[in-house]
Design a protein. Sequence first.
Length: 138
Amino acid sequence: MHYFANLPASKLALWCYLTWYLCIVTLYFNPDPEIWLNSLGLCIVVGYALFLSTGPGSWLRVKQRFWESLRLFLCPFLVSSFTSLVKGKGFVLLFSPVLSDNLIAVSACMAVIISSKVLAIVQQKNSISKSDTSLIMK
């Protein structure tokens, strides 16, 4: 909970991208192994290239910055699978031609943002009340 309460805007945007992806993939899912194997192949090739281009290609780096390293591999997989699933379905950029699909995805993204902000407020109130308690005890 602490993680989501303290998300900077840049990381919150990444969570919204993931949320959008998961909504659209759920609505347009296709179990064809070719889609997922091609996406996995691109994930490995492009992800490794991104990994090498952003720093030393070492296991130590993976251990020290695991989530950052994972994102470098995950992004090509998500982009590839997304484009394969929506190809020929009338999408413009990330947006479905079906308004309800877009409303579902926007609502889910808003839920992520609001949840993060509410958690931040709750965390702040809890830290204030803890500091008040410690002052009283002194």
